[in-house]
Design a protein around this ligand. Structure first.
Ligand code: G3P
Length: 202
C-alpha cells in the first residue's frame, strides 16, 4: 500500500509546480495572479503575456497531470483507486500548490492532462469539444467546464469501474468550484472573452 500512497504524494508535488506564477515572475518580474482575472493558468498568462507564453504554461500544466497518471497506470495497472487518486492528486496540487502558498489555478490544463493519460482518444475528443466551444463562445472557462463535464458523464456510464466515472465527475465538479467567480460573470454576461485578433476596433 505504501507504493500507491507515495505515488499519490508525488503526483500532488508535481501538480504543485506553479508554472504560470514562476513563468511570470521569472520572465516578467511580476506575479500573474496580480493581473487580469488573478488566475495563474494559461488563459490569464496568454491574456497578459501573449500566445507563446500561454502555450508554454499550458503544456507544462498538462504534463503535470499526464505524466503521473501514466506512471501510476504502469506501476499499478490493476489498482483502479491508485490510478484515479494519482490523477486527483495532480489536480489538487495545481489548485493548492505547496510551492506557491496554496494559491493555484482553476485546474483546466492539469485535468485535461489526467484525462490524456487515462484514455488518450477520449481526451482528444474532450479537447476538440473544448476548442469548438471556445470558437463559438470565446469563453475558455465555460468551454472547459462544459466539455470536461460532458466527457466525465460519458466515462461514468461507459466504464465498468465506477471509480473512474466518479473520479472524473469529482474533477469536473471541482473545476466548477474553482470557477465560482467565472460562473457569476458568465451568468451576468460579463465573462472575459478570448480575442483572436479579429473584430478589433480600429
Ligand atoms: O484557465 C482557466 C480558464 O478556464 C479561466 O481563466 O483567467 O479567464 O479566469 P480566467
Amino acid at each position: 500500500i505504501w507504493k500507491p500512497i507515495l505515488m499519490i504524494v508525488l503526483a500532488y508535488l508535481a501538480g504543485s509546480i506553479p508554472t504560470g506564477v514562476w513563468y511570470s515572475k521569472l520572465v516578467h518580474k511580476i506575479d500573474v495572479r496580480e493581473l487580469g482575472s488573478g488566475n495563474s493558468g494559461g488563459t490569464n498568462v496568454g491574456r497578459n503575456f501573449g500566445g507563446i507564453a500561454a502555450i508554454l504554461v499550458i503544456a507544462v500544466d498538462v504534463l503535470k497531470g499526464w505524466i503521473p497518471i501514466l506512471i501510476a497506470k504502469h506501476l499499478f495497472p490493476t489498482i483502479d483507486w491508485a490510478i484515479m487518486l494519482t490523477g486527483i492528486a495532480s489536480v489538487l496540487g495545481h489548485a493548492y500548490p505547496l510551492w506557491a502558498s496554496f494559491r493555484g489555478g482553476k485546474v483546466v490544463a492539469t485535468s485535461i492532462g489526467v484525462m490524456l493519460g487515462f484514455w488518450f482518444p477520449v481526451a482528444l475528443i474532450q479537447v476538440a469539444l473544448l476548442a469548438g466551444l471556445v470558437f463559438v463562445t470565446s469563453m475558455v472557462s465555460l468551454s472547459a467546464m462544459l466539455s470536461y463535464t460532458i466527457i466525465a458523464i460519458y466515462l461514468f456510464f461507459a466504464l465498468p469501474s465506477k471509480i473512474y466515472g466518479v473520479g472524473f465527475l469529482l474533477i469536473a465538479l471541482f473545476m466548477m468550484y474553482r470557477h465560482r467567480s467565472n460562473i457569476e460573470r458568465i451568468l451576468k454576461g460579463e465573462e472575459r472573452r478570448l480575442n483572436f485578433g479579429l473584430n478589433k476596433p480600429k
